[in-house]
Design a protein around this ligand. Structure first.
Ligand SMILES: Nc1nc2c(ncn2[C@@H]2O[C@H](COP(=O)(O)OP(=O)(O)OP(=O)(O)O)[C@@H](O)[C@H]2O)c(=O)[nH]1
Ligand SMILES: [Mg+2]
Length: 453
């Protein structure tokens, strides 16, 4: 499919024990042979061979190396691939690439080897995304998820979903086309097929919260009126004095953002201006910004000072944020309790709450556990976890199509109508797996790869 042969350093461009240069394309072996002389024997497919590297035309070797030849189609890209491994010296590695280019290869773009694997049909786009995720994983859990997806588990699930829908649709079509033939397609079969597909899509969409927390980190905003101890809690959770803390209300004006890790998940924690009557235009701006950030956050820690009676600002914030995705935190329990905590809790019976002292670092472990269990939705997640917004957005469109199909089905609309709605999901599924190619998506996905992968 591709005419040219590409070359790149596949290991990090740093000093290292070993470095690898990779070639892919129909001239890989010819080019490699101009630089490499075996010490003994000859190049055999998939066997590692020791030799020396030469600048063609010169007698003097400049490095000892191993060469491995993977003939098409049994290679990473499905093309002829040659790997030359030598010492991890940037100078040597660059020289191999330079000589390879002189012999007719072209320098590879980021992700171009994987792009070829995709275009040549060895992997789909979900697997390509998973390869990059695996390389960039920040935890072993994320790496394991990516490994599974790279091996095709998620793709298989999505293809099964599509095949089942196509099967049902074609049966409906057959019945429409040959109404006299009395084709056996019970209503229950159609309902089951739709319900199953909807369930799969919903489960995958739900898993994105966990995926996001594993890959990017969920955004958690610390909200509360001024002086309740937000910055103190921020510092305690970070285990460093990052934010300024003073006894004066209105200390924090702009917002601060830092990453913390709880178990296998990363969170982006936000400390910001407290809610209160602004004394200064800067404070006013700060409060406005806080509201915006809280709105965008995946979770909220609503902090209350239990050593003081509840104020109007506390009530305002409880009303605004006390509904969902919020943990109620009663701070300053090292002081005597002046707040009617029980009364507040009875007004928000389904909110999780924790009592802490941010200053004395009391119950911080419990708070971390609560943050994890409230915001990382491990329980609702099936065996597959999606890690990309691209995938989630497409799944949401697929779900919309299936749900309107289901609605029309249950309302007893004619078959043409609901079949048409369900059919809309098919090209979306093909976009998800990359069977329908889009230049924008290809550009977006592969530009995030390293060169040499
Ligand atoms: N006793 C006690 N004092 C605390 C605790 N947490 C915070 N404080 C004190 O409360 C005061 C305000 O703390 P900050 O962390 O600056 O509060 P804040 O909510 O960030 O305040 P603003 O930025 O002004 O909105 C400081 O004097 C802290 O030492 C606590 O758990 N116990
Ligand atoms: Mg503060």
């Amino acid at each position: 499919m591709f005419d040219d042969t590409i070359i790149a350093i596949s290991t990090p461009f740093e000093f290292g024990g070993i470095g690898i240069v990779r070639l892919s394309g129909k001239n890989s072996l010819r080019i490699a042979k101009t630089l490499f002389k075996p010490k003994k024997g000859s190049i055999q497919p998939r066997y590692v061979l020791l030799g020396t590297l030469f600048n063609p035309g010169k007698k003097e070797p400049f490095e000892e190396a191993f060469l491995t030849y993977f003939p098409s189609p049994n290679s990473y890209t499905k093309e002829d691939v040659v790997e030359i491994s030598c010492h991890g010296s940037p100078v040597i590695l660059e020289e191999i690439v330079r000589l390879g280019i002189k012999q007719g290869a072209r320098h590879a773009q980021p992700g171009e080897f994987t792009l070829r694997a995709y275009i040549n049909g060895r992997i789909d786009i979900i697997q390509a995304e998973a390869i990059n995720d695996l390389i960039r994983a920040s935890s072993l859990k994320q790496a394991k998820i990516s490994y599974k997806q790279m091996s095709g588990s998620l793709s298989k699930k999505i293809k099964t979903l599509r095949d089942r829908l196509i099967d049902t649709l074609s049966k409906i079509e057959a019945r429409l086309e040959f109404p006299d033939e009395n084709l056996n397609l019970p209503q229950k079969t159609i309902a089951d097929s739709l319900e199953k597909a909807i369930e799969t899509a919903e489960q995958l969409i739900k898993s994105y919260d966990l995926g996001k927390s594993l890959s990017e980190g969920l955004k958690i905003a610390i909200v509360g009126r001024t002086n309740v101890g937000k910055s103190t809690l921020f510092n305690t959770l970070l285990e460093k004095k990052r934010a300024i803390v003073t006894p004066y209300p209105g200390t924090t004006r702009d917002y601060l953002s830092e990453k913390i890790k709880i178990k296998d998940s990363t969170f982006t924690l936000l400390d910001m201006a407290g809610h209160g009557i602004p004394q200064h235009p800067v404070e006013k701006e700060g409060i406005k910004k806080s509201e915006e950030l809280a709105r965008q956050a995946d979770g909220i820690l609503l902090l209350l000072d239990s050593s003081r009676p509840e104020t109007g600002d506390d009530r305002f914030l409880l009303k605004k944020y006390g509904k969902n995705r919020t943990i109620l935190i009663f701070n300053k329990i090292d002081l005597s309790e002046k707040m009617d905590v029980e009364n507040i809790l009875s007004s928000f019976p389904d909110r999780t709450s924790v009592k802490i002292s941010a200053l004395k670092k009391k119950n911080i472990h419990d708070l971390k556990e609560t943050i994890y269990s409230e915001f990382v939705k491990t329980k609702e997640t099936g065996d597959e976890v999606i890690l990309h917004l691209r995938q989630k957005l497409l799944l949401e469109d697929i779900l919309d199509a299936l749900k309107s199909g289901r609605e029309s089905f249950y309302k007893g609309f004619p078959e043409e109508i609901y079949a048409e709605e369900v059919r809309k999901s098919i090209p979306l599924i093909s976009q998800l797996t990359g069977e329908i190619r889009s230049d924008d998506i290809i550009e977006n996905i592969f530009s995030r790869f390293c060169i040499g992968k």
